[in-house]
Ligand binder design. Structure first.
Ligand code: CA
Ligand code: CA
Ligand code: CA
Length: 349
């Protein structure tokens, strides 16, 4: 082999090494300017009564004010979430329990539960989740709200969820712990139901991705306003049953009485040809079905739906004279004295 050829080979080898080195250098340089994402981050800060929640990600409008300072818009990461083991009982399906301590699930057992939520978000579930029986069987849909710690009339997030017989509120698969999109911080928690009076925690509760128990069933748990829940014979607390006309109070007689509305619903039912007050409206998912057994009955039969309404009014704390006109108000901060007796179907969810 000639010296020149050896030299050329050496040169080629050197060129090749230089090329590889340059290529590696280019690639590593290219890698450093590749697209990259910023992970979720954020926190909350407060001073002088003003609380600011800040995260990175999706735009979210959230109002906050204190004194002369106000924040009207911020960012929230769609990945920010809080987890709650949220517990509540409804008085209606607890009135004549087939198993002590568990709400009845007649609506589910008889296939009356809708797969679409009756509340504003109109979310749907797969009907198969209603096949579950026992403690975790679904009783009905509920509505859950998170409200700002510094203004309990302002809703940060709200959603439909499902209620199990034992009182646990779960996600739309019927089993998962309740998850809501919100920054980890303190919130008032509100639970509402289509024919019960809603209730709110008396205080803001620290919520985060660590599952927090929020127990509206326990008598030691404090709710906003006086007697916002009814005490069952078991000692457990439940939401008041009997708001059949969907406003913000339960009244037997009065300006927007459940008594007259329930009777009218029975008399006006298209199948009640004879206009009988004792006509049973059977096989229904209805707000007039106070005990949530799947039928609406004004009078006659074993379980008229008007009976628990009258009993609630007569036994309400403070109604010492047993007045049938005594109103039971939904204890939420937005229900002012004037809106308490607003016309029926005034609820905004
Ligand atoms: Ca459960
Ligand atoms: Ca009412
Ligand atoms: Ca009923």
């Amino acid at each position: 082999m000639s010296k020149a050829l050896i030299f050329n080979k050496k040169l080629m080898k050197t060129k090749f090494i230089v090329l590889i080195t340059a290529l590696i250098g280019f690639m590593s340089h290219a890698q450093s300017i590749e697209k990259f994402s910023i992970d979720s981050g954020g926190a909350s800060a407060s001073a002088g009564g003003l609380e600011v929640l800040y995260t990175i990600g999706e735009v979210n409008v959230q109002e906050s004010d204190a004194g002369t300072v106000s924040v009207s818009e911020g960012f929230i990461n769609s990945q920010s979430k809080i987890l709650m083991e949220l517990l509540v009982l409804l008085q209606g399906p607890s009135l004549n329990p087939t198993i002590a301590g568990l709400m009845n699930d007649d609506l589910r057992a008889n296939n009356y539960l809708p797969t679409t939520s009756p509340y504003a978000d109109g979310v749907t579930v797969d009907a198969s989740i209603f096949a579950t029986t026992g403690l975790d069987a679904i009783v009905d849909w509920v509505w859950v709200e998170l409200r700002q710690a510094n203004d309990n009339t302002k809703i940060v997030n709200a959603k439909s969820a499902l209620l199990q017989r034992e009182g646990e509120i779960v996600g739309l698969d019927g089993v998962s712990v309740l998850e809501m999109n919100a920054s980890p911080t303190n919130y008032y928690v509100v639970i509402k139901h289509r024919n019960h009076l809603g209730a709110m925690s008396a205080n803001p509760i620290a919520l985060s991705e660590d599952e927090t128990v929020v127990d509206f069933i326990g008598s030691s748990f404090l709710t906003f306003g006086s007697n916002a829940r009814v005490q069952l014979t078991s000692g457990d607390m439940a939401l008041w049953a009997g708001n059949v006309n969907g406003d913000t109070s339960i009244q037997y007689v009065g300006s927007a009485p459940e008594n007259a509305d329930l009777l009218a619903a029975v008399l006006n039912n298209p199948a009640n040809f004879l206009g009988l007050p004792s006509f049973p409206i059977s096989n229904v998912y209805s707000d007039f079905d106070v005990d949530m057994n799947g039928s609406v009955l004004y009078t006659g039969g074993s379980v008229p739906d008007i009976t628990p309404i009258l009993q609630n009014v007569l036994s309400y704390p403070g109604n010492f004279l047993g007045l049938t006109s005594w109103p039971i108000f939904e204890r939420l901060p937005e229900n002012s004295a004037t809106s308490r007796v607003a016309n029926s179907r005034s609820k905004q969810y």
